[in-house]
Write a protein that binds this ligand. Structure first.
Ligand code: G4P
Length: 542
């Protein structure tokens, strides 16, 4: 038996003593919980569909999207999503390949929903960074990368759209390293120049996977694999060039280093074409072989909760009315330890109240299947969990509290006015609920003016709030601009120091968090210089 030390997180998954412990450890070992981060249009939807296709979860790619579109959608939230052609909702997709179970946490690509992505990443053990081979690292990739980096999430990189003209592969590696300070370690290497893509060399085996252009790629396509000798013969100069580049890579020492990858310092790189299904199988294999399974989760005190401890998890996302057939509110919980069984009684660490998880669902796209049991790494959706909010820890028998989920300091602020004074109750309730779901931050002024202020990082958050207030709560709101553009977390001292300021004030969030808001970064800077002792922090939690 191996001794366990408190500072070794893997060892914290103490020795299996019972059959349940053994089952938990075995299930956790086989789980891969990951998200895809990318800039809009890089191919995330396409890749998601292809992963599901190759994971056997759908028979035909295109199902995820067309299902959503074809349905008789009555939810106005989804209506907004359709009109704008953007994805507002996040879903957790669950599928298995061999004995590995994947939980793919979908993240909205639009910048305005970055807060949502931040929460989703808090529930992922790894992420795939998807880049467009012609564009490299784009602004939203960078933003999400920084979030992933702050959490040390291991990243695998897929360079997509390699069937099209794009950037030279060595140039792309330099670009990744320079832009992200992350060392790329290619696992596959492209043969042929961008625009005349022939396939990839699997650097682990030397085998050549031949690229074949497929129309639509709605079905799994078998890949032709050639030996290096066969490839040299069929690809000629393109092969020679690729081999020279591979030698160069070997000379600079760009091999996969597992420890550095797990620490978020290097990223294994793959080249592919999601639309042609090319590279999707290799990426899935890499997720199985390289991406880390769940490990002991760190709690608020910095301790590690062993995987075999009784059930625990935290709420990382709340989604209302995701399915027009069930007008409801789903709380998504990431399981950190133990075995979950439907109907089990758990405690909410925040409220100290017991809670029966009778309606746990596994969420697949928009379809729901009642879930009987789940394990560390899995995501469960609890329906109509009205007293759960983002960041809540749930546990069975052995108490634990997980750290709050980080959120971004709002950059946009608007006064929310009740357009129909007869609907005051609905107005209050609606805003409260949107705040709990993390759609917007609900803030109150400390100067006595009762008009609520909404905060967020993007205009679309306000559009969603406005639309849902009108359609879901029957309380139309008018949004009016405020002069504020910059915010920092502060405390009582900050509130006192800003009391009579003409270009700044303090707003209080529902959970008591104080936000100092300023009319410009310049006002903030000036205030900061004059009040060096006042707390002004960029980090918030939910
Ligand atoms: P997103 O979710 O990241 O926003 O991207 P999405 O998958 O919707 O893909 C954006 C566009 O890029 C789509 O084209 C898609 O077909 C295309 N695409 C995705 N992967 C590849 C690839 O490997 N190679 C090439 N050449 N194109 C790719 P679209 O014209 O916007 O839509 P569609 O009508 O083709 O669906």
């Amino acid at each position: 038996s191996t001794p366990t030390t408190p500072d070794d997180p893997t060892a914290a998954a103490s020795e299996p003593v019972s059959n349940t412990d053994r089952a938990t450890l075995d299930a956790a070992r086989r789980r891969r919980t990951f998200a895809i981060i990318s800039h809009p249009d890089a191919g995330k939807t396409t890749l998601t569909e292809k992963l599901l296709l190759y994971g056997g979860a759908v028979q035909e790619a295109g199902a995820v999207r067309s299902k959503g579109r074809g349905r008789d959608v009555t939810s106005d939230w989804m209506e907004l999503e359709r009109r704008r052609g953007i994805s507002v909702t996040s879903t957790a997709l669950h599928f298995s390949v061999g004995d590995v179970t994947f939980n793919l946490l979908d993240t909205p690509g639009h910048r305005d929903f970055s807060e949502d992505t931040l929460r989703v990443l808090s529930a992922a053990d790894s992420a795939v960074m998807l880049l467009d081979g012609a564009k490299g690292v784009e602004p939203q990739t960078l933003r999400l990368f920084e979030v992933a980096k702050a959490r040390n999430i291991p990243l695998l990189t897929l360079i997509n759209k390699y069937d099209r003209p794009g950037l030279d592969p060595l140039h792309l590696l330099d670009h990744i390293e320079e832009t992200l300070d992350l060392k790329p370690t290619p696992v596959t290497w492209p043969v042929g120049i961008p625009g005349d893509f022939r396939g990839v060399i699997d650097l682990r085996t030397g085998a050549f996977h031949r690229f074949e252009r497929v129309a639509g790629g709605s079905k799994v396509v078998p890949t032709t694999i050639l030996t290096p000798e066969e490839a040299a013969e069929s690809e000629g100069d393109a092969w020679t060039t690729a081999m020279e580049e591979v030698e160069l890579l070997q000379a600079i020492g760009a091999e996969h280093d597992h420890e550095a990858f797990l620490a978020g310092r290097t990223t294994p790189v793959f080249f592919g074409s999601a639309v042609s299904n090319f590279g999707v199988g290799l990426l899935l294999e890499a997720l199985m072989e390289l991406a880390p399974p769940p490990s002991a989760h760190v709690d608020l005190e910095g301790g590690h909760r062993p995987l075999t401890s009784p059930f625990s998890g935290f709420v990382f996302k709340i989604q209302a009315n995701s399915d027009p057939r069930h007008r409801d509110r789903v709380a998504f919980i990431r399981i950190c330890s133990g075995h979950f069984e439907r109907g089990m009684k758990v405690m909410n660490a925040r409220t100290g109240k017991p809670f029966t998880m009778s309606y746990a669902h596994e969420v697949f796209a928009q379809e729901r299947a009642a879930l009987e049991e789940a394990w560390p790494g899995d995501v469960i959706g609890v329906v109509n969990a009205l007293d759960l909010t983002i960041g809540d820890t749930l546990y069975a028998s052995e108490p634990v509290v997980y750290p709050p989920i980080p959120s971004l300091a709002p950059e946009l602020f608007a006064f929310a006015r009740n357009a129909d004074t007869g609907r005051t109750k609905q107005f209050r309730k609606g805003l409260q609920q949107l705040d709990e779901e993390g759609v917007v931050h609900l803030l109150t002024r400390v100067n006595g003016d009762p008009t609520p202020v909404l905060g967020g990082v993007g205009q679309l958050q306000f559009d969603v709030a406005q639309e849902r207030m009108a359609t879901e709560f029957g309380a139309a709101i008018r949004l009016e601009p405020t002069p504020y553009t910059t915010a920092r977390r502060t405390d009582e001292g900050g509130e006192a120091a800003l009391r009579h300021h003409s270009q700044a004030e303090v707003l209080v969030r529902t959970d008591g968090t104080r936000l100092a808001v300023f009319q410009s970064p310049f006002v903030l800077q000036f205030f900061q210089e004059r009040n060096p002792d006042v707390l002004l922090d960029t980090m918030l939690t939910r």
